[in-house]
Ligand binder design. Sequence first.
Ligand code: ADP
Ligand code: ADP
Length: 229
Amino acid sequence: SAAISIRNLVKRYAGTKGAPGKLALDDVSFDVPQGQIFGLLGPNGAGKSTLINTLAGMVMKTSGEVSIWGFNIDKDARNAKRAIGIVPQEIVFDPFFTPAEVLEIQAGYYGIPKAARRTMELLAAVHLTDKAGAYSRTLSGGMKRRLLIAKAMVHTPPVLVLDEPTAGVDVELRRQLWDLVTELNAQGVTVVLTTHYLEEAEELCDSIAIINHGKLIANKPTRELVGMA
Ligand code: ADP
Ligand code: ADP
């Protein structure tokens, strides 16, 4: 089955008095195949974050069906949530914890017993082994972003979703993050990322879905899409 299946997804945000709410997702349907790096491409305001936040359970959809790794997000929310790791755009961990502590606390949220935790393995995967005991506030921006990725992987989800992972980062860090995404994918993780850079989607992604004004306007293997342009 698909890693993520989205059918007729609609999100209309609540309006203010007299004004209708914004239709942020307008009857969106597509599948993310297992094993891919899948790009969700669109300009600012297209609906990308709304879609990601719906997958993460942070936005309540208006209608439609969503399944993650075969688990329906309404009927089987617990399993659906465990099948996905979300890397948010903003850095959200406590700066006074160390990377190892950030991952231990996250493992605690998931009820993962101490013996089953993969803290050092995860830090190695994001190339932060030698920073395990440093205060997070002393890490560079790139190190913090890599720690966020490790945090999203604590419960070993088969699907990793990154919301604009390279927005506002310099060329070198972008390259680092691309390499990391490629490494994780090579280890079997299905990756979904949102971006407004066509170049990024082309370079990294096996398939690209384009959304604009809340509508899906294309969904193709990258080489077919590039051929079209
Ligand atoms: P993107 O991530 O592609 O930039 P978003 O999903 O953030 O797009 O936004 C899609 C549309 O929904 C935009 O018009 C945005 O202003 C609107 N929107 C986003 N969040 C909210 C909200 N909480 N309440 C009302 N409108 C929202
Ligand atoms: P619970 O379902 O156990 O109440 P919460 O929603 O309170 O979990 O989340 C606990 C912590 O895990 C928070 O830091 C939250 O941001 C984070 N979190 C929850 N779901 C995910 C996910 N899929 N990927 C990454 N972090 C997550």
